[in-house]
Every structure is written in C-alpha cells, then in structure tokens.
Design a protein around this ligand. Structure first.
Ligand code: KG4
Ligand code: ZN
Length: 343
C-alpha cells in the first residue's frame, strides 16, 4: 500500500511516498531555516506563507520521484498536529483537497507519533512494544509504545523541551539559529567538566525532566563573564551543557527500561541527531544488553517519510478522517485518533 504523506507543522514543507509503512519511495523536504535565521527563531506567519508557496511543488516532486500520481497512490496522510496552527492548516487543507479530488482516504497523523515511526523505516523488523525517547524542539518525552497506535507517556519535561534548551543556549552563545547542530559541533573540542551544572531532576517524578534551569545557568554564566570582562571557553561551555542535557535524557530512558522491563529502546526527534547523545545511548544499551534503534540523521528532523510510516499504521487501525478534519496546535501523543483532530 502506497501512502502520500504531507508534513508542514513547523518550518519544513515536506512530502513523501511510503510503501507499507517501511519503504520510502520518495522523500522531499523544503526547509525554510535560512529565512527564519535572521529573526533567531521560526516566525509562524512567514512559515505559513512559505508553506502555501511551496507545498504544490514539494508534493508534485514527491509523486514524480516515486513514479506515482495522486490517482495511483492508495491514501493521503497528513500531520494534523501538534505544531504551529497556521502552518499545519496549509498541509491539512492541501491534503483534504487532494484526497477529495483523487477520491482517496485521508489519514490524520500526530507529529510525534510520526517521529517515533521513523524507527520503522530505519529498523524494518522493529515492532511494538518498545520504549522511545522523544527529544525534539517542542517535546521531551519517554514514551511506552505499546502498539502501533497505542502510546503511554511515562515521563516528560516539565518546562523547556531539550531542543528548545539547545536552541536557547546556543543563541545566548551567539551560535545562530537553529543552534543544536552548531552547539553539537563546537562541543566536540571542549572540556565537558569545565563548567559543572546542577543535574536537573523533578522531585517525586524520576522519569520527568527539566531543562530550563541548565539553560538559565548558561545565560547567567555568559552575563556574569561579560560584566567582569572574563573570557568564556565556548567549546567547553557547549560540552558541559551537552553533558548535562544528554545525561538527563539517557538516565530517564534507561530508568524507564528498568521500571518496565523493556528490552527494546529507540529514539526520535531532532535532538536524536546529537552526536554525544547517540554515542552515550549506544554505549549504555550495549552494556545492558538492550536493543537500541535509532533513525538515520536524515530521519531525525522533520520530514514526511515518518508521517507516511505512521500513516500506514493509523490506516490499518481504521483511523480515517472525515472532510471536516481540522488541525490542532497541542495534543498529547496518547491522543491521535481522528476524533482528536476534529473541529
Ligand atoms: O524534531 P525537530 O526537527 O522539530 C520539532 O518537531 O521540534 O527538532 C528540532 C530540534 C531543534 O531544537 C534543533 O536545535 C535540535 O532539534 N537539533 C539538535 C541537533 N540537531 C537538531 N540538537 C542537538 N544536537 C543536534 N545535532
Ligand atoms: Zn518534529
């Protein structure tokens, strides 16, 4: 079964054709990063306008590259939330029009479920149940993936998401937007013990996380140094920050594995591209004898292939949307059935 998938929840306009939830026939991503960079973050109004301008071309290219047309594919899947509402609506309305015109079923997909499903593409034999550490720009979660469309959140960040903390710390260091990748690169030549930060933890909720404290510590350290005229060793500040954040993510995932007895773990979301996080997870999973699945770097950030993967499993569960499908800005990963995206 071939699914045409569309993703427009933030600053990437993406379309893909995916077969049976695992095989990517085409994947096109048009990123707007350069345009938002001068503002230091995503400007929702600009994102929506660019999606409108590009979506036609991106979808056509995905169909062409897969040797398909709107009539030869079997269903249309689209990210219906969570995300920037104006950006989401561009993809949702385009998908609705296309599905109606070509008389194809319409499948709404939860963006975070999509990130998790990137693992089905990377590891074709992976099947639920497994645990997933989701670390993106908007979410940090420990998710118990009980079935393809059944999710239970075991832990979450109480404040900033990990990616958000990376971006804000990087911005304070003058590394530009989005800062995660730049911080990752600079950290490699730093001393990760040079600037010790307190380990963030949430009292009484061992699987929950908190990242705003370490982000504020970075900002304060930079302010104090600037006031005193002290030099800051930026690579070491990056490495120290990264060590603290990665440790928080890693320890929550393995604590969840201990708590649930899970033997299969995975990661998802933009921050799962982080060099240190990947290395630490590989090392600890090997030490504990657990299986660890990770999407390749091109499937960690926003893309439509992951939406096509999850779209297949939502379709198999009978999760088809009526033409009244709407987009929603916030929605727990536990809720992703069509009625949760209703008007
Ligand atoms: O999943 P994603 O592409 O978009 C959301 O759904 O939010 O995640 C984007 C986030 C950004 O905060 C970005 O800085 C971060 O992922 N990121 C990284 C790295 N690559 C992307 N953070 C740390 N290290 C990286 N290598
Ligand atoms: Zn995302």
């Amino acid at each position: 079964m071939k699914i045409l998938a569309i993703e427009s929840s933030c600053d990437e306009t993406a379309a893909a054709v995916v077969e049976d939830g695992r095989r990517v026939l085409s994947s096109v991503v048009h990123t707007q990063i350069a345009e938002h960079r001068i503002y230091g973050g995503v400007v929702p109004e600009i994102a929506s306008r660019r999606h409108i301008e590009k979506i036609d071309m991106v979808v056509q290219k995905a169909l062409d590259n897969a040797g398909q047309t709107a009539h030869t594919i079997d269903a249309v899947a689209v990210t219906a939330g969570p995300g920037l509402i104006g950006a989401l609506l561009v993809g949702v309305n385009f998908a609705k029009g296309l599905a109606f015109m070509a008389e194809k079923p319409l499948v709404p997909v939860h963006h975070i479920r999509g990130h998790i499903a990137a693992n089905y593409i990377a590891s074709p034999d992976l099947e639920p149940p497994f645990l997933c550490l989701v670390a993106s720009g908007g979410h940090s979660l420990i998710v118990d993936v009980r079935d393809y469309t059944e999710f239970h959140v075991l832990g979450r960040s109480r404040d900033d998401a990990a990616g958000e903390a990376f971006d804000k710390a990087a911005r304070a260091m003058g590394l530009g937007y989005p800062g995660g990748v730049a911080l990752d690169r600079l950290a490699r030549s730093g001393d990760d013990r040079r600037y010790p930060f307190p380990r963030p933890h949430v009292e009484g909720a061992p699987l929950d996380m908190s990242f705003s404290g370490v982000k504020t510590s970075v900002v304060n350290l930079l302010h104090n140094a600037a006031q005193k005229g002290d030099e800051v060793d930026l690579p070491s500040l990056c490495a120290s920050f990264e060590r603290t954040v990665c440790e928080a993510l890693r320890t929550r995932l393995f604590a969840a594995a201990e708590q649930t007895g899970a033997r299969v773990l995975s990661v998802a979301g933009g921050v799962s591209a982080n060099t240190r996080l990947r290395a630490e997870l590989i090392e600890e999973a090997a030490r504990r004898g657990l299986r660890l699945c990770m999407p390749p770097l091109e499937l960690t950030g926003d893309n439509a292939a992951m939406i096509g993967a999850q779209g297949y499993f939502e379709f198999c569960a009978g999760h088809l949307a009526p033409p009244s499908l709407n987009a929603v800005a916030t929605l727990s990963v536990e809720r992703g059935a069509p009625e949760h995206f209703a008007v």
